[in-house]
Structure formats: C-alpha cells, structure tokens
Design a protein around this ligand. Structure first.
Ligand code: FRU
Length: 507
C-alpha cells in the first residue's frame, strides 16, 4: 500500500513538474545579469535581429544565433514570437547553415500577391531574404563569398524551405555584400532590396523576389565611414502629411562612442534612387549598445524598431555565462522637424505599459540630492523612471549598489550633452574600452526637460526630449543596483518625478 502511495505521489509530482515545465518553456531567466524586460535567448550566442515581420497578429523575430556556444560562430536564424511586443515565445530554429554557407542577416516579407509563386492552395507565403556567407571562400581570400538567398514558409514562419535556385543575387566581387532588407514599393509594384555593399548602400528591385536588377547606389560620400556598412533599412514615415524616407545604416566600427552604432539619413525615395535631405552624420541612438537595429515589416504606417543591445567591441566577452546579449526594448519611430531638419525620434512602445507596477509620483522635487529609493523602496528589478522640468540644468541619476558600484546617467548644460558613465559599474575589465563615460548631444530646440529611463538588470535606455535624444548602454555590477539618487549641483526643480517598478516578462 505504502509503495503504491509513494508511486502515486511521485507520478503526481512528475505530472505537475512536466506541466510547470511546459508552461515555463522559456527557462528560469533568473541568472545574474539576465534582462527581465528585454528579449534574450535562453542560452548561447545571439546578435542581430533578422526577418522581423508582423503576420496574423504575431510579431516574428528571427535573430543571428549560434546554438553551440556563447561566442559568435556558424550563424543560424533562431526564432521567437510575440503577440504584444512584450512577452516572447521561443520557437524552433528556422534556418540552418548549408552548403552555400552560414545564414547571415536579412529580412522577411509577407508575399500577399504570391509574386514569388511559393504560395500553395491559397496559402500566403512568408519569404525570408538573407545573406549566405560561405566561410571557405572567405578563408581562401576570395571576394565573392556573400550572396543573397531566399526561403519561404507556408505555416506562419514555423518551418522554412530554402529556394532550390539560391542564391538569387550573386556577388559582383564586393567582399562586404550583405544584410538585405526588402520591402514592397507600391507605385512601381516591385520589391526593393536595400543592401549593404561595403561603404555604400545598393538598391535592387524585383517583381518576384527571385530576379533582381540593380537600381542605384547611395552613401559613398555621405555619413559616417569609420567602418563597414551593415544591416540597412529603408521606410517612409509621415510628418504633417508629408512622406519622409528614412534610411538606417549600421556601421562597425566608427560609432560616435566607438565600436558599432546605427546612423540614419532622411530623404526621398522614388523606387529607384534615394536622395538625402541632409549632409550631416546622425545616429538613431548615441549610446554604445544599440546595433544592427531594423523595423518590422507589414505593420502599416507604424514603424517599430528593435536593436541588438551590444557592441562588437566586447559582445563576445561580456560576463554572462549561459547566454550572450539581449535586444533593446521595441521602439516606435517617428520623424519630427527640429530647426528645419527632419530628425528621427524613438520612443519605447506603449505596450510596455502592461508591465508597469504601482506608480510613485512626486511633484516639485528639489534635485539637489534626492534619494529616490528611500521613498519608493529599494530598486528590486526593472523599473521606469520619468521626470520633467521647465528648463534644463546639470543633473545626474545615479544607480548604485551597497558595494559602491554605480552607473551615472546625466546631462551637462555647458556642453549641452547627455552622458552615460560606466567607469565604476562593477565588472568592466573584460574589455579595455568598456569602462567609459559616453556622450550624446541634446537634440531639440525645446527649453524644457523630459526624460524617461528604462532600467533593467544589465541595461539602461535613456529617451529624452520626446525621443530625439537617445542613449542605450549595458553594464554588469557585482550585485544588482538597488539605490537611485537624483543629483544636481544647482537648485534644480523637477516638476514631476514618476517611478514605476516593471514586472518581469519571463515570470
Ligand atoms: C552585423 C553583422 C552583419 C552580418 C551578421 C553576421 O552585426 O556583422 O553584417 O550579417 O552580423 O552575424
């Protein structure tokens, strides 16, 4: 009797734990430095977001992934989905390396009119357009080892079939020839491929995603050229009824704070040629940790951006054990005119509101030395901090632990710059340039201050001036930061300070 009882109990325990496992397929997500409100893979290496497409009420995220290690290696496209841009479900790996090479970055589209002919029985194909990177050719010193290929899915992106006649766009002899971002251009009824080709962007067009013709080049004499051009994106945004085209181009190295960063151009696009409005160099995010970001396709006028929250300078050596790197929070992009120029704004998607816990609101705060967490209780996980003032003055927000480690996010009026200082952020010696004070120009003509900080276990994202001034940075304290102080050398009055803990997306 006793043995039967014991067996029943263990069976029940087994059933319960299996049930629990299937509910928590994402794993514990409890490790030191594990982001709680940002997407990160359960294990192993991740870099660029890829193939971002919205279809059937689901946002798909594919990403550069190496399933065998926590450092970069033969690239796969891993897959995750989200219905709300906040909570993620892991899906099976979508694309594996093959005889044509590793699967490098690229995009995905909904081929609504079945231009590719991949659709069957009325099923609309999702088509992925990616770079095949052939490592043997690279080792042999050839210069045509990156080619563009396609694959399709008829089951909502779960399984993919590679096209038998890959590659669809052959390398003309340019070593860096990669990261196709494809979109539909309605006036000419053609697909446009925006491709990074060493030190410029080359535009191609196609009626069917299989046959590509070169249209034009842009950028050899524009923008930043401190490194190779990668991971472009091209899309229109509306500003007061006018269409402004935005071209994103990631470069590595050569970012404003060293290493990798993403620049943008505003201009016009006529289906063939991109004509810029600007001659200056601008960055979508001046922080060190937002790279290779692009937008979801098939979202109508709304353009939602996601970036890889790391930097090639140290991505392979950051002190996380089980996995490496996370994505930024998804951000809505918009264009705004500042001093006669079209500038790009990024703001965290409103869907994040779902995670917001009980708010603490304070008004008329003297920012001299304001110990915020003495009032709200210690920081215990992710949080959002917002504050505003009628005018600008020097200030800093200090996140610290009791061991004296800290990061500082602030503003210096004399230089009219925001900064992010991680010189005393705990673990920094994995790379000589990590422990730095990083700066971002203030981009606005408005007098007042508005700041939002999205704080997670290992990152902070600053959105100031309605999303015109943006900075993202990662850090690795030995114990979590639990204290927040707002400080200012002047008598600085903050009109309001709002602090909200954010719930983990993994629990
Ligand atoms: C950008 C990048 C891409 C390339 C991929 C390889 O971070 O270098 O240009 O396709 O990563 O993983």
């Amino acid at each position: 009797m006793k043995t039967i009882l014991t067996q029943l109990v263990s069976l029940a325990v087994l059933l319960i734990s299996t049930g629990a496992n299937s509910q928590h397929r994402t794993g514990a997500y409890n490790e030191t430095h594990r982001p709680q409100i940002h997407f990160s893979p359960e294990a192993h290496w991740m870099n660029d977001p890829n193939g971002m497409v919205f279809y059937n009420n689901t946002y798909h995220l594919f990403y550069q992934y190496y399933p065998d290690s926590t450092v970069w290696g033969p690239m796969h496209w891993a897959h995750a989905t989200t219905k709300d841009l906040v909570h993620w479900q892991h899906q099976p790996v979508a694309l594996y390396p093959d005889s044509l090479g590793y699967i490098f970055s690229g995009s995905a589209v909904v081929d609504l009119n079945n231009t590719s002919g991949f659709g069957r029985n009325g099923k609309i194909p999702l088509v992925a357009i990616f770079t095949h990177h052939e490592p043997k050719g690279e080792k042999a010193g050839k210069n045509d080892y990156q080619n563009q290929s396609i694959a399709y899915s008829l089951d909502n992106g779960t399984t993919w079939t590679k096209y038998a006649d890959n590659p669809v766009l052959k390398n003309p002899g340019i070593k860096d020839f990669r990261d196709p971002k494809v979109s539909w251009y309605e006036p000419t009824k053609k697909w446009i491929m925006t491709l990074a080709t060493l030190d410029r962007i080359t535009f191609y067009s196609s009626p069917n995603l299989k046959d590509w013709a070169k249209e034009s080049e842009f950028g050899k004499d524009f923008g930043g050229h401190g490194g190779v051009w990668e991971c472009p994106d091209l899309f229109p945004l509306e500003y007061k009824g006018k269409q402004v085209w935005v071209l994103l181009v990631s470069i590595n190295p050569g970012g404003p704070n060293g290493g990798s960063a993403t620049q943008y151009f505003t201009g016009q696009f006529d289906g063939k040629t991109f004509t810029p409005f600007q001659t200056d160099t601008r960055w979508i995010d001046y922080g060190p940790d937002n790279y290779a970001g692009v937008t979801w396709s098939n979202t109508g006028k709304r353009k939602i951006f996601l970036g890889w929250m790391s930097n090639w300078q140290y991505a392979n050596v950051v002190p996380t054990e089980k996995w490496r790197s996370a994505m930024t929070v998804p951000r809505d992009l918009a264009v705004e005119q500042v001093g006669g120029k079209y500038m790009l704004r990024s703001t965290p998607v409103p869907e994040l509101e779902k995670l917001a816990g009980k708010p603490f609101t304070f008004t008329n705060v003297d920012a001299g030395n304001y110990h915020l967490t003495a009032k709200t209780g210690k920081l215990n996980g992710p949080a959002r901090l917002r504050f505003s003032a009628a005018k600008m003055a020097d200030f800093s927000v200090v996140l610290s632990n009791d061991a004296g480690e800290k990061i500082v996010v602030g503003y210096e009026k004399k230089a009219n710059e925001y900064y992010f200082d991680r010189t005393s952020a705990g673990k920094t010696n994995f790379e000589k340039d990590f422990a730095k004070r990083l700066i971002a120009p203030r981009i606005t003509t408005q007098a007042n201050l508005d700041v939002t900080l999205i704080i997670d276990d290992a990152s902070v994202e600053l959105f100031a001036d309605n999303g015109l001034s943006v900075m993202t940075g990662i850090f690795f304290p030995n114990t979590p930061f639990t204290n927040i102080h707002i400080q200012s050398p002047t008598r600085f009055n903050l009109k309001s300070v709002k602090f909200q803990p954010l719930k983990s997306i993994w629990r």
